[in-house]
Design a binder for this molecule. Structure first.
Ligand SMILES: Nc1nc2c(ncn2[C@@H]2O[C@H](COP(=O)(O)OP(=O)(O)OP(=O)(O)O)[C@@H](O)[C@H]2O)c(=O)[nH]1
Ligand SMILES: [Mg+2]
Length: 336
């Protein structure tokens, strides 16, 4: 199951208390202070792991607590530190701290394998009475307590890490394209909303050249108001630097389709408009040679006139222009 949102509770370890203790040895009736410091509490740390691709493990709001530091002891012994706990999360996870009054602040994000983000810092240990001895007070009778930590409420939001995001109406052929360009095996079918969760695939664009493509569920007009699957998966193309619009060559009005897609993206996040993009017309194999050429000429002209953009006709079935598409995506990425 793909989960891209979770709420968790975390608590770092309390610092161990410092202690009051005096040296007691035979023949030394009044030994000096020897109470050691408390140990540090453990941290709660998020670690980025490329082998994890969902927040499934964090589905249940459970408390992830690190160990408390141990108290100090006599003979100047410092208490042991509490162990840290690590939570493995997929690349692209953003972490927000939710305060009791509802304020939401971003703690950070993890994007690279093994990158760490401290979610909650362990409390410092208290000071033992050895720290408080001086020429005036040679037998201090006080020590300090370890710092107590509080439980934190965190929100985890996964935004997949891809270079290119596929955007199109349901059935446009997005998943099919990903399946022929990469080793990903998304579900493909002749009905709308086949894809219910995003999927990534690595596309090889030549020796040593590759990029990651994200397939997301189809978008329809009114998605911003929750129509279809709504906007819930658009966050996964928020990080991509390039968008690939896919429009079925058989769509009754390709221009309107394109405008609707752009409008829905804009209503979700106006920054989407600034991304570099390509427009591909899919399923060219479904028309006869003659009809195809006519349709492509007509659409090329319309897109040129209305938006001054060039379209690329493609087919996942006949492989028409797929190498060219990969090259164009790669070049666009390089200039993004
Ligand atoms: N002839 C032909 N059929 C295609 C091509 N690409 C996709 N199809 C067919 O179109 C239908 C929809 O393909 P999908 O890849 O599932 O479409 P999608 O855009 O991922 O659809 P959703 O996940 O519902 O948004 C399937 O029946 C595919 O076999 C193509 O290039 N040529
Ligand atoms: Mg699909």
């Amino acid at each position: 199951m793909f989960i891209d949102y979770a709420k968790i509770r975390v608590k770092a370890g309390n610092g161990g208390d410092g202690v009051v203790s005096f040296r007691r040895e035979k023949f030394i009736p009044k030994g000096g202070p020897d109470g050691g410091d408390g140990g540090r509490g453990g941290d709660v740390i998020a670690i980025c792991d490329v082998n994890v691709n969902t927040l499934l493990d964090y589905r249940y709001t459970k408390l992830h607590a690190a160990e408390n530091g141990k108290p100090g002891a006599g003979k100047r012994k410092t208490g042991g530190s509490g162990s840290h706990i690590t939570l493995r999360m997929p690349p692209g996870t953003e972490v927000f701290l939710i305060e009791e009054d509802g304020t939401r602040t971003k703690l950070g994000e993890i994007t690279e394998h093994d990158e760490a983000l401290i979610l909650a810092k362990g409390g410092n240990g208290g000071k033992g009475n050895i720290n408080f001895a001086n020429s005036i007070n040679q037998a201090p009778r006080h020590a300090t307590l370890g710092k107590k930590t509080r439980e934190l409420q965190l929100e985890l939001v996964l935004k997949l890490m891809a270079d290119v995001g596929l955007v199109g109406f349901p059935n446009a052929g997005k998943s099919t394209l990903l399946s022929v360009l990469s080793a990903a095996r998304p579900k493909i079918a002749d009905y709308e909303f086949t894809t219910l969760e995003p999927m990534l695939g690595v596309v090889k664009a030549g020796d040593y050249k590759s990029f990651v493509m994200a397939d997301i569920p189809g978008i329809i007009e009114g998605a911003h108001m929750g129509k279809g699957l709504g906007h819930q998966f658009l966050q996964h193309i928020q990080r991509t630097s390039v968008l690939l619009f896919l429009i079925d060559i058989n769509s009754p009005d390709a221009i309107a389709a394109y405008q609707t897609l752009r409008a829905e993206l804009y209503l979700y996040d106006k920054y989407m408009e600034k991304k570099n993009f390509l427009v591909a017309i899919s399923k060219t194999d479904t028309l006869s040679e003659e009809d195809r050429q006519q349709k492509i000429d007509e659409l090329s002209q319309l897109f040129k006139e209305q938006f001054n953009i060039s379209i690329l006709p493609i087919s996942s079935v006949s492989q028409h222009n797929l190498d060219k598409l990969k090259r164009m995506i790669y070049d666009t990425l390089e200039h993004s």
